[in-house]
Design a protein around this ligand. Structure first.
Ligand SMILES: [Zn+2]
Length: 237
């Protein structure tokens, strides 16, 4: 508790999350998309492909791409700038192998995530690459674990490093990666909606297929802002 209070008044001039403007929602940025076709076609299980093989190859690809995207701004994500792994009103804590909750900075948290993912996706017993080798019973739960952690990294990128991403002109890549990832995890129920809801406003905009150019634009719906009570509440995970 004491530590939370401290982080709210850190002297870098940052306002608490509720008052901060969500730059990533500005139309200027959300209209930029590398692809404008229906992402769902990319994620549905192709006929003749084994479900586990499909989950394994996609999860490995998302791990590599999200790791790469984070690396573009990693020099700005330090123990000073990001004293905790935050996204919107949420602070993510790392739980070690014995289940002990640990405070860590965002770069430490991302390092834990990436090391764990690397270890899992390269483990032949968990992500078998040899023909005929069986997936373990724990495969699906491990894929869910990886996807949940990768979502935390994406959320942190938007919440803490969108400005730097824009400065590098990489927001189009980030948006495409994010939309593809969300459509994928939704298709196979890999991340609890309670985790992803903090980014639902962005997901709504990015994951809805763009209307065909000739048709009249659909009436715009106001962006659904979380209720004031949820804005002021710091969630711990
Ligand atoms: Zn950071």
């Amino acid at each position: 508790e004491e530590w939370l209070q401290k982080s709210k008044t850190k002297p870098n001039g940052k306002k608490p999350p509720a008052e901060e403007k969500k730059q990533y929602l500005e139309p200027e940025f959300t209209k930029i998309r590398v692809v404008d076709f229906d992402l769902k076609e990319l994620v549905v299980l192709p006929r003749e492909i084994d479900l586990n093989e499909w989950l394994a190859s996609n999860t490995t690809t998302f791990f590599n791409l999200i790791n790469l995207q984070y690396s573009t701004i990693s020099e700005f994500c330090t123990g000073d700038t990001c004293q905790a792994m935050t996204a919107y009103n949420t602070i993510y804590y790392w739980y070690d192998e014995r289940g002990k909750k640990t405070k860590c900075t965002a770069p430490q948290y991302v390092d834990f995530v990436m090391s764990l993912c690397q270890k899992l996706v390269t483990d032949e017993e968990i992500f078998p690459t040899k023909y005929g080798k069986e997936f373990p019973n724990s495969f699906e739960s491990l894929v869910k674990k990886i996807c949940r952690y990768l979502f935390h990294v994406l959320a942190h990128l938007y919440w803490a490093h969108f400005k730097e991403t824009v400065a590098l002109d990489l927001q189009g890549h980030l948006n495409t990666l994010y939309a593809h990832f969300i459509v994928f995890v939704r298709e196979f129920n890999l991340v609890d909606p309670k985790e992803t809801c903090i980014m639902d406003d962005l997901s709504e905009i990015l994951c809805t297929p763009a209307p065909p150019p000739a048709s009249t634009p659909a009436p715009s719906t106001p962006a659904s802002a979380p209720s004031p009570s949820s804005q002021n509440h710091v969630t711990e995970r």
